[in-house]
Design a protein around this ligand. Structure first.
Ligand SMILES: O=C(O)C(=O)C[C@]1(C(=O)O)C=C[C@@H](O)C=C1
Length: 400
């Protein structure tokens, strides 16, 4: 009797799952249809020279969907997060399309990319995410350090180099900034990758059995609070997260673990023993993509320009430069300084601004800055990849 019940329940479950599978398939078809329509929108925006982003349209769309969702019993946060993801994809896809129109030479099906570490490193994941909309095939070139990545691109052995430049928890990556001072490569893109550190193991085990943790220096810094709480743990530094994962996979021991992403760990058959172990819940790394030739950014896309300059030791020299940006109405989104090798106490300043280098205000600013600095160089102008979702008024979210 009981067995019969189990069989009939399982049949029900199978039937329900079949229905879910069919629904998921329909959803995918609809997502693809929506994506195709947004490309049509992008084409019309090229003709009418309108910006890709229309925050008012996004807000109206979200408010309407939240209302309709509530009528169907779907909560506002769920609807908002699903459609914000859909809109983000739509914007990034339109941007990628406009970039290929503006730079016909970069539209190639195969690209080669150098990045830190091997399969599974955060740089590997960032490279794959970046090119998922832009290329059909990626030829991967894992490297042991940032200098090797630059050299491979400079020498023409690979098309691109993916480099982490800053992290929301551990700050700027000085080594990359220093390499940018001495290269002729251009920054042609950026991508922000969520960093979701987990403690990964190769075999089933428990936290109290772990006595050795393998990881790259950056994840260690970013997970210091979690690590401080673990008594008697030996830390083994590795050149990259991927190296650390490969090591733990090779060992197949219950006393060793590695800090890395769950997604990357899957490539080494590792599973998460502890999730979200970073000091900050919101942990993101921004990566830059470098290439031998600069790109042009389509007018319809928000652009960022990165440049470096040195002022010498004149009092107020930096303020003078920043006032130029203010005067031209250019928003600075990052300012970093690094020592100049061989010139003690002199600094190289790195600035990111929200502006297209082709625009008149930016050209005028560069002319003025050239007059008031000892050295200035534009490192690149590239599309802003971080899509902040349109805000939804709390009244739309609130449940009556
Ligand atoms: O309607 C547009 O203008 C679109 O580009 C489409 C879309 C969307 O995916 O819904 C995407 C970006 C805009 O910010 C607004 C809406």
């Amino acid at each position: 009797m009981e067995e019969g019940n189990i069989v009939s329940n399982q049949l029900d479950l199978n039937d329900i799952r079949k229905e879910i599978t069919a629904l998921d398939q329909s959803l995918l078809t609809l997502f693809a249809k929506r994506r195709a329509l947004t490309l049509e929108v992008a084409k019309s925006k090229v003709e009418n020279v309108r910006p890709v982003r229309d925050l008012q349209r996004e807000q109206e769309l979200l408010i309407r969907l939240i209302k309709q969702g509530k009528e169907l019993g779907l909560d506002a946060h769920y609807v908002t997060s699903v459609f914000q993801t859909i809109i983000e994809d739509s914007v990034l896809n339109q941007q990628a399309y406009l970039q290929t129109l503006t730079n016909p030479n970069i539209q190639v099906p195969r690209v080669s990319v150098a990045f830190l570490g091997d399969k599974g490193s955060y740089s590997y994941l960032a490279s794959h995410r970046y090119f998922s909309r832009r290329a059909e095939e990626i030829i991967e070139q894992g490297c042991q350090n940032f200098a090797d990545i630059m050299q491979l691109v400079e020498a023409g052995h690979v098309d691109y180099g993916m480099l982490p430049i800053e992290n929301t928890s551990s700050g700027s990556i000085n080594e990359v900034y220093d390499l940018l001072q001495h290269t002729n490569l251009s920054i042609v893109g950026e991508i922000t990758q969520p960093i979701e550190h987990c403690l990964l193991t190769a075999v089933n085990t428990s936290l109290d059995k772990i006595d050795t943790i393998y990881a790259h220096g950056q994840p260690f810094t970013q997970c210091s609070n979690f690590l401080d709480k673990q008594a008697n743990i030996r830390i083994e530094y590795c050149d990259s997260t991927a190296d650390a994962m490969a090591k733990v996979y090779e060992l197949q021991q219950e006393n060793v673990a590695v800090i890395g992403s769950e997604e990357g760990g899957k490539l080494y058959q590792l599973h998460a023993l502890e999730k979200s172990i970073a000091n900050q819940d919101e942990n993101h790394s921004r990566f830059i993509l470098v290439a031998r030739k600069p790109v042009e950014v389509a007018q319809q896309i928000p652009a960022k320009t990165t440049f470096i300059f040195a002022t010498g030791q004149k009092p107020g020299a930096l303020v003078e430069c920043l006032l130029v940006l203010k005067e031209k109405g250019i928003n600075m989104c990052k300012l970093e300084s690094r020592p100049i090798q061989g010139r003690p106490w002199e600094e190289m300043f790195y600035i990111d601004v929200e502006a297209n280098v082709k625009h008149l205000a930016m050209q005028e600013a560069i002319t003025l800055l050239t007059e008031s600095t000892n050295f200035i160089k534009v490192l690149g102008c590239y599309p802003v990849e971080h899509i902040s979702p349109a805000s939804v008024p709390s009244s739309a979210i609130a449940t009556e």
